[in-house]
Design a protein around this ligand. Structure first.
Ligand code: OXD
Ligand code: MN
Length: 586
């Protein structure tokens, strides 16, 4: 008798017709074999094995360099279950449309059966997925990003409790590219792309879109959040999870070298992208990182922005779409060095500055988490780590202060639901276009976002000592367009303030949007921030916030009656606090 996994593999092979099926065990020997094959067929280029041992470069098809949100669908029987912020197709229609594309898609290719665990191998919170793919590059990435191979098969046994994901590169034609999620049957279909988030199905497709659906049904949370531990001088570590839209430095924050290390404040990494959080028996919120590696954006990464990752990516790392020096080392814009002569760009061509960036702006490194010196010794704790603070953040040139604390869980959910980031046109001081990205989940929530807000609201009352919820903005600018805050390792000063708020030690000023640090309550020793700059960093401008409050109203309209009443109340309460503040100051 076949197991459910064997039956599904057979059925998928009948459809996609590979010439060979390889069951991945995740071993070193297997990885060496895949690497040799990829070097032979050109999927991998070898990097300098003296300075970058076991590092390789993959150049993706130039039409396939980023997640394709427009081709990503949530396929539920009821359209409203997917909600206004997702693309939707009915499951039957989606399958009718896309099954013919899978028919024979793996002809002449190998089908890799990639069993994997999202989460520490021994954790009760971890879940199993199996990806069938015709890309050895995908299998190699999954080996870094998850616990892949025998460990997953052993845990699965003959159970049907796994998330199946069928993936084929097919002909890489964007007109025939679909990333489909069937949350009602825990199924993923992805075709026509070999790029990260579209193709490494454990990451965004399973650990966020499918998992967010599961989490609502099962009473936990699957979030687009980094997890870090802040150690204080006594050695006590306080754990925090934080959500930021892309281009806000999430990986850098998770792996930060603290500017207050001499004072005894150190940051430990648990995860850089995804948090699965459960309510434990004692009423604490406990988080695991479902991933085992970092799939980070390379450009802008250097010894100042992320020294930990720079040393980590010197071995066992897959680089995708970066440039290569004549000495066969990886290179990208915003690395420490100027572009060397003889650079080969991400397309594999001799590069000249007139050609634009040498590394693709979305070029990546895939590196095992275990290679980071910032990794917490608790990162694989089966029970997860207890979360004391949840942080939302965005890139706001004018509006949001450096850090503020919400009044309570419900208000914190409102802060997360209305978070936004501006495009970076602000280089000249011009304010960019604002994109609202609730909890940084807009592209990743597997169901109706209004129901997702309701789920968030339902969690707080079930927690003993619910985490405090904060908002941060590292990107506030002066009237001349200069950043007011130095960022990077200095961000630990805002984390320290949060820690002291959690412990009831730091002072704050009540404002209409929440509690903002008093200037004295921030530890700024060693930084030369003039008092006027500090005042600007912490300022809450009522008229700017009145505009923001209007824009939130517009944003909420799309959810109609499904928007939970407590969020409407929070919106009205904010409006009332802002008008009271305006009257008081006039
Ligand atoms: C990512 C993303 O790649 O959020 O992590 O786009
Ligand atoms: Mn992400």
């Amino acid at each position: 008798m076949s197991t459910p996994l064997e039956s599904w593999v057979e059925e998928s092979a009948r459809l996609t017709k590979p010439s060979k099926i390889v069951w991945c065990d995740g071993s070193e020997a297997e990885n060496d074999r895949f690497t040799e094959e990829m070097l032979r067929d050109g999927t991998f280029a070898e990097l300098n094995q003296n300075t970058y041992p076991r590092c390789y470069l993959h150049r993706s098809n130039s039409n396939d360099v980023a997640r394709t949100e427009g081709l990503t669908f949530i396929c539920t029987r009821d359209r409203n279950a997917a909600g206004p912020t997702n693309n939707w197709m009915a499951p039957a229609e989606a399958k009718e449309r896309v099954r013919p594309l899978f028919d024979g898609a793996m002809k002449g290719r190998t089908m890799y059966v990639v069993p994997y665990i999202m989460g520490p191998a021994q954790s009760p919170y971890s879940k199993i997925g199996v990806e069938l793919t015709d890309s050895a590059y995908v299998a190699a990435n999954m080996r870094i990003m998850s616990r892949m191979g025998k460990v997953a098969l052993d845990r699965l046994g003959s159970s049907s409790d796994f998330v199946p994901g069928l993936h084929s590169l097919a002909d890489l034609n964007p007109d025939r590219r679909f990333i489909l999620h069937f949350p009602e049957e825990n199924l993923i279909w992805s075709i026509g792309s070999g790029y990260g988030g579209n193709a490494l199905l454990g990451k965004k497709c399973f650990a966020l879109r499918i998992a967010s659906w599961m989490a609502r049904e099962q009473g936990w949370m699957a979030e687009h959040m980094l997890i870090l531990g802040l150690e204080d001088p006594s050695g006590k570590v306080t754990y925090m999870a934080a959500a930021f839209p892309s281009a806000c430095g999430k990986t850098n924050l998770a792996m930060m070298v603290s500017a207050l290390e001499k004072e005894g404040y150190r940051v430990w990494t648990i995860g850089d992208d995804i948090a699965w959080m459960h309510i434990a028996a004692d009423g604490t919120l406990r988080a695991i990182n479902p991933e085992a590696g970092f799939f980070g954006v390379a450009p802008g990464t250097n010894a100042k922005t992320n020294p930990n990752v720079i040393s980590a990516v010197h071995s066992n790392t897959i680089f995708t779409n970066v440039a290569m020096t004549p000495g066969r080392e990886p290179w990208w814009e915003g690395m420490d060095s100027d572009a060397p002569k003889g650079l080969i760009n991400w397309r594999g061509e001799q590069w000249t500055p007139a050609m634009g960036p040498a590394a693709h702006p979305n070029s990546r490194y895939t590196v095992p988490a275990a290679q980071s010196t910032s990794l917490s010794s608790h990162w694989e704790d089966p029970a997860g780590v207890p979360i004391s603070a949840l942080i939302f953040g965005g890139r706001r040139a004018r509006l949001a202060p450096l850090v503020y604390e919400s009044h309570d869980w419900q208000h914190g959910v409102f802060v997360g639901a209305t978070m936004a980031s501006e495009t970076t046109a602000a280089a000249t001081g011009a304010v960019g276009v604002t994109r609202r990205d609730p909890m940084a989940m807009l592209p990743f929530c597997g169901y109706n976002m209004a129901d997702y807000f309701a789920h968030w609201l339902s969690i707080g009352p079930r927690l003993k000592n619910a985490p405090k919820i904060f908002h941060v903005n590292w990107f506030r600018r002066s009237a001349e367009g200069k950043f007011l805050w130095p960022g990077y390792g200095e961000n630990v000063r805002a984390l320290k303030w949060m820690l002291e708020r959690i412990e009831g030690r730091a002072a704050a000023t009540e404002t209409p949007i929440g509690c903002v640090p008093t200037p004295e309550s921030l530890s700024l020793d060693g930084l030369s921030i003039p008092p006027a700059t500090l005042a600007e960093l912490l300022r809450v401008n009522s008229s700017d916030w009145a505009e923001e409050e209007q824009s939130v109203g517009e944003f909420f309209k799309q959810f109609g009656d499904r928007l939970p009443a407590p969020l409407r109340q929070e919106h009205q309460a904010l409006a009332a606090r802002l008008s009271r503040a305006a009257v008081a100051s006039s």
